[in-house]
Design a protein around this ligand. Structure first.
Ligand code: ADP
Ligand code: ZN
Ligand code: ZN
Length: 733
């Protein structure tokens, strides 16, 4: 027998796998995709077996034996292994960390693959008992809960939720009426289509879209579902999922971080009586593992989740949906900087199933793919539930007297809507009370001591908070420069707007939705309760308000600073502003009343705003694509960003400069832009600098990166900085 080695991906920041021998003491068969415990230096680590073969590049005498096989089965299908391996190469990130990211924390830590919950069932004696044989109310209740489950029993966890305690079950066990047993559920399930409510009759555009998608079930094809808010995209997802379930396949639905609201999930659960699991950052490790297992075993038919859900094992994957595909939250911005939207397309290709990218404001990347014929473009042009169009108007902010950021024209518009018992959304992408604390005498401004940024004033409790690094302190009682007591809070955050509106309209409920307010447990609940009365109400919020919610009685939406995002240096700034305005505007007039959108702006003549007003997002996108093409920026060019962080700005610059000089002499060398300081050079006390590389060909850029990063890794300066490569960067921040 030839000697075999395990090639193991370990969660360490090294761009390689590690080889181990298979000692006789290793019980069981090592499966590719299963976890294994191995020695690593003085530690023991859990890794994933990527291959088992005779080959090794390491000196044989140095190879250590693996210690213990954690799993008797693979955790990853060959397709998922392929996806992860591809992602590690493409994003140039250590493969061990990539595999580790793909696993729920508890599995990373060595928890059993299968659920080994304690279960309880009645014994023969217990099953033959008559109802009145038990005296205590608690024992009665326990017995009654167990009877319907017969010899299969149910989990102790579930019994606990019914209010039945372990002590009661043990008392019954003493009388030999119940018994405890472990149940390893390892049987694969298959999804079935079961409706809870019948589908809505699709309109003809929806019909066309649904037919196109379902016709392609069983093969790979990418669709761009392009439809304004309220055009019925979700209905298209639901009806496509129905066909997927009818084929006994699982559906994977990715949604943006703030789009995963209880309302979203409720809509899926209301339609289908199938097991639907949700994966998001709010879950405990235990809940996450439970959902993962249900998906892995094929019992969960619909899996809805944020970015990292793309790595969930799905034995019967039949359809992938990415809702709001333009959303930034699909791109991980640190560590393993993958783009879940892009990986979704690859995953569908590997699974040979269709993938639907849906948006009211598609990314320019997806639009370019649709134009080039790589994606099939599906349109929903009419609003499904209503035909009332929204009107968009600009309000010039220049020379206006403002009250908490509100012009008098806007205040009048709000008053007139409230009078008709309609609802209003005021949108401002800045939480807190005021963004600037200013000395009226010497113009000193409060800054974060750790960042190149102003620090935001908050109320309740009164504190200064840095939104970039989390730093927080008491506001000074007087100016540290001139000792004056005349400190003024300048500008408005959501809290100040909320206060002002409550003062202006004391009888109307004003709700604030931002990261601060939604930390409180009941905030969504209270909000919905008020919204559902369909009476006058005001919502003030950040972009959290822009997604996933349905507010049918909202007839006015206002953006207090429609153009603030245009100040950014990022070449995507215009695209982001256009998307945000279009998304927020989509909240107006969803029911049977005409909607009005008011955009307050300091530069109403800005071409982007004019373009948006004249020809909508589509018109804007046409122009923007032409511009990008002319200068070779994405989607017509390919970028990678080398980021460096150090305690001194010179250190970061020296590293990037040296990295560039090594890159310029390599084959397939790209264009280099930089090094330049990051837009916020100092953040949390660290200095940051960027070197951008640009190539007109994706494959050539990849070849270059592989060669280059090997060199960069070996640089002496590389040890003095924290550096990272960001492939297809979404934010140059
Ligand atoms: P989107 O996901 O594009 O924002 P939705 O699917 O949420 O749009 O649809 C908006 C509203 O229109 C929902 O209340 C939905 O129930 C309703 N709707 C969707 N399709 C239809 C249809 N064909 N007939 C009637 N109402 C529909
Ligand atoms: Zn001063
Ligand atoms: Zn800070």
């Amino acid at each position: 027998m030839p000697r075999l080695y395990l090639h193991v991906a370990l969660p360490v920041p090294l761009r390689k796998t590690f080889d181990y021998s298979i000692p006789a003491s290793l019980h069981g068969t090592p499966h590719v995709g299963a976890r294994v415990r191995v020695p690593f230096g003085k530690r023991e680590l859990i890794g994933v077996i990527l291959a088992v073969d005779e080959h090794t590049d390491s000196p044989v005498e140095k190879i250590k034996p693996a210690r213990h096989l954690v799993d008797a089965h693979s955790l990853f299908s060959p397709q998922l292994m392929q996806l992860l391996t591809w992602a590690a190469h493409y994003y140039h990130y250590p493969i061990g960390e990539v595999f580790s990211t793909a696993l729920p924390t508890l599995l990373r830590q060595g928890e059993d693959l299968y659920d080994n919950l304690t279960h309880w069932r009645l014994t023969t004696l217990g099953l033959n008992l008559t109802t009145d044989a038990l005296r205590g109310a608690k024992q009665q209740a326990a017995w009654q809960a167990l009877v319907p489950h017969g010899t299969h029993g149910i989990s102790e966890d579930f019994l606990k939720r019914l209010g039945i305690e372990r002590t009661t079950l043990l008392a019954l066990a003493k009388k030999e009426l119940t018994e405890e047993f472990g149940q390893h559920e390892t049987k694969l399930g298959t999804p079935q289509l079961k409706y809870a409510e019948s589908p809505i009759t699709a309109n003809s555009e929806q019909e066309t879209a649904i037919a196109a998608i379902t016709r392609n079930l069983g093969q790979f094809k990418t669709f761009l579902l392009d439809g304004v808010t309220g055009s019925g995209k979700t209905e298209v997802y639901l009806q496509s999922i129905a066909s997927c379930l009818a084929n006994h396949k699982q559906a994977l639905v990715l949604v943006p971080e703030i789009g995963l609201t209880p309302q979203t999930v409720a809509r899926f659960r209301a339609r289908f009586a199938v097991e639907t699991v949700m994966l998001h950052s709010g879950l405990t490790d235990r809940e996450r593992l439970r959902a993962w297992r249900r998906a892995y075993l094929g019992h969960a038919a619909i899996i809805i989740g944020t970015r990292s859900t793309i790595f969930t094992p799905l034995p019967h994957l039949g359809l992938v949906i990415v809702d709001e595909e333009h959303d930034l939250s699909f791109k991980q911005q640190e560590g393993f900087r993958y783009n879940a939207r892009d990986l979704a397309v690859l995953r569908a290709q590997l699974a040979q199933c269709p993938v639907v990218l849906g948006s009211a404001t598609p990314s320019l990347e997806s639009l370019a793919n649709a134009k080039a014929g790589r994606y099939e473009h599906l349109w929903l042009k009419e609003r499904a539930a209503t035909l009332t169009p929204t009107t968009i108007k600009l309000i010039d902010l220049r020379g206006q007297k403002l009250q908490a950021g509100l012009t008098s024209a806007l205040k009048e518009a709000i008053a007139s809507r409230l009078k008709k018992d309609e609802q209003v959304i005021i949108f401002l992408n800045r939480r807190g009370f005021a963004p600037v604390l200013l000395c009226h005498d010497c113009a000193w401004q409060a800054k974060c001591p750790r960042c190149d940024a102003k620090i935001t004033l908050h109320r309740n409790p009164v504190r200064l908070h840095c939104h970039h690094c989390g730093f927080s302190q008491q506001p000074p009682s007087h100016c540290p420069e001139c000792q004056s007591k005349a400190l003024r809070a300048i500008g408005a955050g959501t809290v100040r707007v909320e206060e002002a509106l409550q003062e202006l309209f004391p009888k109307v409920p004003v709700h604030r939705i931002d990261r601060d307010s939604t930390r409180k447990k009941d905030s969504w609940h209270n909000l919905y309760a008020d919204i559902e009365t369909n009476k006058a109400a005001i919502l003030v919020g950040t972009q959290m308000l822009a997604k996933g919610h349905h507010f049918p009685n909202v007839t006015l939406v206002a953006l207090l600073e429609a153009d603030s995002g245009l100040l950014g240096a990022d070449f995507r700034a215009g695209e982001r502003v256009a998307q945000l305005i279009t998304q927020v505007a989509g909240r107006a007039g969803r029911a049977h009343k005409a909607g009005l959108v008011l955009l307050q702006s300091h530069q109403p003549e800005h071409p982007l705003l004019q373009q948006l007003l004249a020809s909508g997002y589509q018109g804007f996108a046409e122009l923007a694509l032409n511009e990008r093409q002319a200068i070779g920026l994405p989607p017509y060019g390919y970028l990678a960003l080398l980021r460096a962080e150090a305690n001194y700005p010179e250190t970061a610059f020296a590293f990037l400069t040296e990295a560039m000089s090594h890159g310029q002499v390599l084959a397939d060398a790209p264009e280099f832009w930089g090094p330049i300081p990051a837009p916020m050079e100092k953040k949390a006390g660290i200095f940051r600098a960027h070197l951008l590389v640009k190539h007109h060909q994706r494959a050539a850029l990849q070849r270059f990166l592989t060669l280059w990063l090997n060199k960069v890794n070996a640089l002496n300066d590389a040890k003095k900085v924290r550096w990272a490569i960001d492939v297809d960067p979404q934010e140059l921040a």
